[in-house]
Ligand binder design. Structure first.
Ligand SMILES: [Zn+2]
Length: 463
């Protein structure tokens, strides 16, 4: 054990002795506070969805600034971000053969549009990238439909993000994907794609699960499936917007920073309630709760509402670039970006940790047992969460917006939410405020507030 770990151990022992009452009072207060719920109600009612580059995002920034000022945060500001501006325009897809049906679709974000008259072509059903490679030139001048069942988001999302270029490689005219979600309510799912510069950019759209299944059944019944896809989508010039930031200044070490964050942008459908309005109000609500309780942190707690998570991560990268010299003063950067399911614990995203250790529960991991300093750090953080129950600490991915800072050497922390319902609504018209459970939001604010409080005075680094 090195000296730093030993110092942490002593401090931990001291804190463990005195913290349960403080944690309990923070958590009790969170469970009776309506503040975060009311903020999210206001954001989703009066701003709605807010894709980066849109007028709604400008409104959302003003909303964020007003909230932080009203709650007494200091140094409230907007830090410049240049974000892409993608506009969906009108879009539709009609089944032409074997019989006319208006299909349910959502264009994939950052996709190019179709010519004015649309693209009319036969649909080829594809089960996987390997299947596509086998078909090869057989998809030329056709529309590829990747009809791959939703297993996990990580597995399914690759068809949405790189399916268009993979299909374009063999001369396909457009790409359809079965939505990367678990909803069976005919609600298609959008999200971003990235084009491989080696191949032509072709339009891409997601079909609802039901309509992807219908096209497959028709195809398997040897019916010729022809559709016409119309999309006005286009990419305009980048626009200047920003990350919204506010602080509670630390009393002892004000230059040392604990970041609490979510992303303020959302897709241009639904209301961005779970993704990621919830994360924004958890961050603001947790810091505000400590303020209301007159708990003065020793380090500065900085709330960041990031711009442009969904289609570019320009907000996270800009923050890294603009704070390059101060990153060593960032003790940890927490992000909540997995909806409003109950937080069950936290992931620690430690720079330089090998990928094989990610997602592994600390207590079962032999490698970590051989690292008593790290084990103690986890255990002492978990100890503070006895009252909330959010005490499963694992190594893992933190959040998309804070990842650029982790890559630059900072410690990221992700809130681990119950995600069992998340992919029913994620990136769809169904991501709305009516599905926000107030008690879960109160719990989430409470557990993040306890963690922020803990991190604001632990006397060593986490890595
Ligand atoms: Zn998100």
């Amino acid at each position: 054990m090195n000296v730093r770990s030993f110092a942490f151990l002593l401090i931990s022992a001291f804190l463990i002795a005195q913290t349960p009452e403080i944690s309990k009072s923070i958590y009790d207060k969170a469970l009776i506070s309506n503040e975060a719920y009311e903020m999210l109600d206001d954001l989703t009612l009066n701003v709605g969805h807010r894709l980066s580059g849109s007028e709604n995002f400008t409104k959302a920034m003003a909303w964020g600034v007003a909230q932080l000022k009203a709650k007494g945060f200091e140094n409230v500001r907007i830090e410049k971000v240049m974000s892409p501006r993608w506009v969906r325009g009108k879009e539709s897809i009609q089944l032409i053969s074997p019989r006319p049906i208006n299909l349910t679709m959502l264009g994939v974000g950052m996709s190019v549009g179709t010519p004015k008259e649309g693209i009319t072509a036969e649909v080829v059903i594809v089960d996987s990238f390997e299947h596509l490679d086998k078909l090869g030139e057989q998809v030329k001048n056709k529309i590829v439909l990747f009809d791959v069942p939703f297993v996990t988001y990580d597995k399914s999302v690759s068809y949405r993000s790189s399916g268009a270029s993979r299909a374009a490689q063999y001369g396909a005219m457009a790409c359809l994907v079965r939505s990367a979600g678990s909803s069976n309510s005919n609600t298609p799912h959008t999200g971003t794609l990235s084009y491989d510069p080696r191949w032509p950019k072709i339009p891409a759209a997601a079909l609802s699960l039901e309509h992807a299944a219908l096209l497959r059944r028709m195809s398997e019944a040897n019916q010729k499936v022809i559709v016409r896809l119309n999309m006005e989508a286009e990419q305009l010039s980048d626009v200047e917007e920003g990350n919204v930031i506010g602080e509670i200044m630390g009393s002892k070490n004000p230059k040392e920073i604990i970041v609490l964050s979510g992303h303020l942008d959302s897709w241009d459908v639904g209301q961005g309630a779970q993704d990621d309005g919830a994360g924004c109000v958890i961050a603001i609500g947790a810091a505000s709760l400590l303020k209301q309780m007159n708990i003065v942190p020793e380090r500065t707690i900085r709330v960041i509402l990031f711009a442009n998570e969904e289609n570019g991560v320009a907000g996270g990268r800009s923050y890294r670039d603009q704070n390059k010299l101060k990153l060593t003063k960032h003790i940890a950067l927490l992000e909540s970006d997995s909806g409003n399911g109950r937080i069950t614990g936290f992931t620690l995203d430690l720079p330089g940790r090998p990928a094989r250790q990610r997602g592994v529960n600390l207590y079962d991991n032999g490698n970590l047992k051989a690292d008593p300093g790290l084990l103690y750090r986890f255990q002492s953080l978990a100890k503070f969460q006895e009252v909330s129950g959010a005490k499963t600490f694992t190594l893992g991915m933190s959040g998309v917006d804070v990842s650029p800072m982790v890559e630059a050497g900072s410690v990221g922390i992700g809130a681990s939410h119950d995600m069992s319902k998340y992919f029913d609504v994620h990136h769809t018209e169904a991501d709305t405020f009516d599905k926000i459970i107030k008690g879960d939001l109160q719990h989430n604010v409470g557990s993040v507030a306890i963690l922020a409080y803990t991190l604001s005075f632990v006397s060593t680094r986490l890595q």
